[in-house]
Ligand binder design. Structure first.
Ligand SMILES: [Zn+2]
Ligand SMILES: [Zn+2]
Length: 247
């Protein structure tokens, strides 16, 4: 392994624990990350401040979460819910207590992306509403990283290249550039693809590495992103780390 690959493999900025829907405690997650040689680790449990959602922390959970995060030298993070109207379910004040805020959209038209098999008749209309929500969320200036950008419900996944067209991609990357949001290379869903990385580099948009781990085994599974970053020789200053750190 070259030293460049090694340094990329030491980053995982998207990890869940039992504070939301992860299978393990925060301490176990951190220990696993250490054993795997990770140096830049962010714990980013799901959070929704304004809407009460299943498997999401609410405001009253934040005290205990921050206290636990204070016991490990990991970046303090949240994966905040992007609602389907594009609003971000978190106040700016809450964001100030964290090192990294990842925004995740998980449902549109009431269809959950994780496992909802409801047929989507108007695929183009659906993905356009996804695009509008993602852009509006970035406009809030609450987000550091946009998670799993082209992740879609199961019935649309095989059609990503068809329904997510060049214009769609260009408008999302333009918003990321305007509002200083990094685009995540998500290890769990292996999105987005090489085309995104090339366009992000062209527009000077940073890329973030995250496994989106929910189990100890998945921590550090950032291979999809590491491969793209190495193959495309992405400069180090375009790899996102909290507080403008560089690898
Ligand atoms: Zn997510
Ligand atoms: Zn996640």
């Amino acid at each position: 392994m070259t030293s460049e690959v090694q340094s990329l493999r030491s980053v995982d900025l998207h990890i869940h624990t039992q504070f939301s829907d992860g299978k393990h405690s925060l301490e176990e997650a951190y220990r696993a990350a250490q054993i795997k040689g990770l140096k830049y680790v962010a714990v980013t449990d799901h959070y929704s401040e304004f809407a009460s959602l299943p498997k999401r922390m609410s405001k009253s959970d934040l005290g205990g979460y921050l206290e636990s995060l204070g016991r490990v030298p990991a970046f303090k993070g949240l994966e905040v819910e992007i609602m389907e109207d594009g609003s971000v379910s978190m106040s700016t004040k809450t964001g100030n207590d964290f090192d990294v805020i990842v925004g995740g959209l998980h449902a549109v038209h009431g269809i959950r992306f994780s496992r909802d098999l409801t047929p989507i008749l108007d695929a183009k209309g659906f993905v356009d509403d996804v695009r509008v929500a993602l852009i509006k969320a970035m406009e809030s200036r609450c987000l550091d990283v946009l998670a799993h950008v082209t992740w879609l419900p199961p019935s649309l996944r095989s059609r990503v290249r068809d329904v997510v067209d060049a214009e769609w991609i260009a408008s999302v990357i333009e918003a990321a550039s305007d509002f200083g949001v990094a685009i995540e290379l998500n290890g769990r869903w292996r999105v987005p693809n090489d085309d995104w990385v090339k366009r992000c580099v062209h527009h000077g948009v940073q890329l973030s590495l995250g496994s989106d781990a929910h189990t100890l085994q998945e921590i550090g599974n950032t291979g999809h992103g590491v491969r793209l970053l190495t193959d495309l020789q992405v400069p180090k200053d375009l790899i996102y780390l909290p507080h403008n750190m560089t690898l």
